[in-house]
Design a protein around this ligand. Structure first.
Ligand SMILES: [Zn+2]
Ligand SMILES: [Zn+2]
Length: 341
């Protein structure tokens, strides 16, 4: 079978490898759609140390069951499935404390184990989920990013009626906006500097306002929109530390900011502790997707989150490297790029 492999910083190749048989508890899946994620690009550039090269990336995917191991009873050939790529050990301190996202023996498909930028991939049966009938493979490939957003919004504990500013209007920001709308957020404000992403968000009914900080002052605009009160919630989905700082400034009393975007590891931001105290602010981190995969699939199926229009390109394994560069530079109006191996 063909795989796309990152062999070192900024080096990749497509090559043939032997197809393995599923182990007793494994499911062999023919990959039908695999989204490219910012994490893949970090691994390609070598600017985050997650795993050892060579890596076959691809952790946002769906496909069709080809064969199953001896102990697998719930899946059979031809099943349409989505996958939670994060494998927790179940036995460490954090797993036992109900926090498998912090598993001390964490392994992820597409990071530590062969991912889905390949014709086939092996997955432990406990990480496989059946796709509801009304979802396409391409939509179901969003299960992992949606599940991460669901976890973040669980931590925000929205009650409905909140005003929310979302920084970063890529696929993740658009998913967050729809989830927030589904929970009854009353006023959703998108913030981004990339022109085509601003236009895209403006065309979506789930945004009430869209602001480009290069054209308008975000603090003034938010103050105008919220009549001087500030927003109840900020979702930082851009990874920019400037956005994080601005986000904390536009929060109203008792406001919460969800730190969802991945900022460069060593970059600092400035905050006034007095403001956190006096305004009673909460800063909330969110890491991957503990127990949210099934709910993500249901919300995709029910239409609370619609992702079909977020797919901007469908490509082959041979095109992945060139699209990493396009995604990084935001060329060619990229939103979610879907690999169809
Ligand atoms: Zn991802
Ligand atoms: Zn564990």
């Amino acid at each position: 079978m063909k795989v796309f492999e990152i062999t070192g910083p900024n080096v990749s190749r497509v090559r043939n490898v032997n197809l393995k048989e599923p182990g007793n508890n494994e499911v062999l899946i023919k990959v039908r759609a695999c989204g490219i994620c910012g994490t893949d690009i970090h691994m390609f550039k070598g600017d985050v140390k997650l795993a050892e090269y060579p890596i076959v990336p691809g952790h946002e995917f769906s496909g069709e069951v080809i064969s199953v191991g001896n102990n697998v009873k719930d899946f059979s050939e031809g099943d349409r499935v989505a996958v939670d790529p994060n494998i927790a050990c179940g036995g460490c301190y954090y797993c036992k404390m109900g926090m498998p996202n912090f598993c001390e023996n964490w392994r992820a498909i597409g990071i530590h184990l062969q991912g889905a930028c390949a014709e086939y991939v092996l997955v432990p049966q406990s990480n496989v989920y059946k796709i509801p009938e009304n979802l396409s493979f391409e939509e179901a490939a969003f299960t992992e990013p949606v599940s991460c957003c669901v976890h973040g919004q669980d931590l925000l504990n929205l009650k409905g009626g909140e005003s929310i500013a979302i920084f970063g209007l890529g696929p993740i920001g658009l998913i967050h906006a729809q989830l927030a709308k589904g929970k009854g957020a009353s006023n959703i404000i998108g913030v981004d500097v990339v022109e085509y992403r601003i236009k895209f968000a403006e065309s979506k009914e789930y945004f009430d306002h869209v602001i480009n900080p290069r054209e308008r002052n975000v603090l003034e605009e938010i103050s105008r929109i919220t009549k001087g009160k500030g927003v109840d919630v900020v979702i930082e989905a851009s990874g920019s530390t400037d956005a994080f700082e601005t986000g904390t400034k536009i929060l109203g009393l008792n406001g919460k900011i969800l730190v969802f975007g991945v900022a460069p590891e060593d970059k600092l931001a400035t905050l006034k502790p007095f403001e956190i105290y006096r305004k009673q602010l909460s800063i909330i981190g969110s890491f991957i997707n503990p127990f949210t995969t099934e709910r993500a699939l249901r919300m995709l199926s029910s239409g609370v989150v619609q992702v079909r229009d977020i797919i901007s390109h469908e490509i082959e394994l041979e095109e992945i490297e060139s699209y990493y560069k396009k995604i990084e530079k935001k060329e060619d109006n990229v939103m979610k790029v879907m690999v169809k191996p």
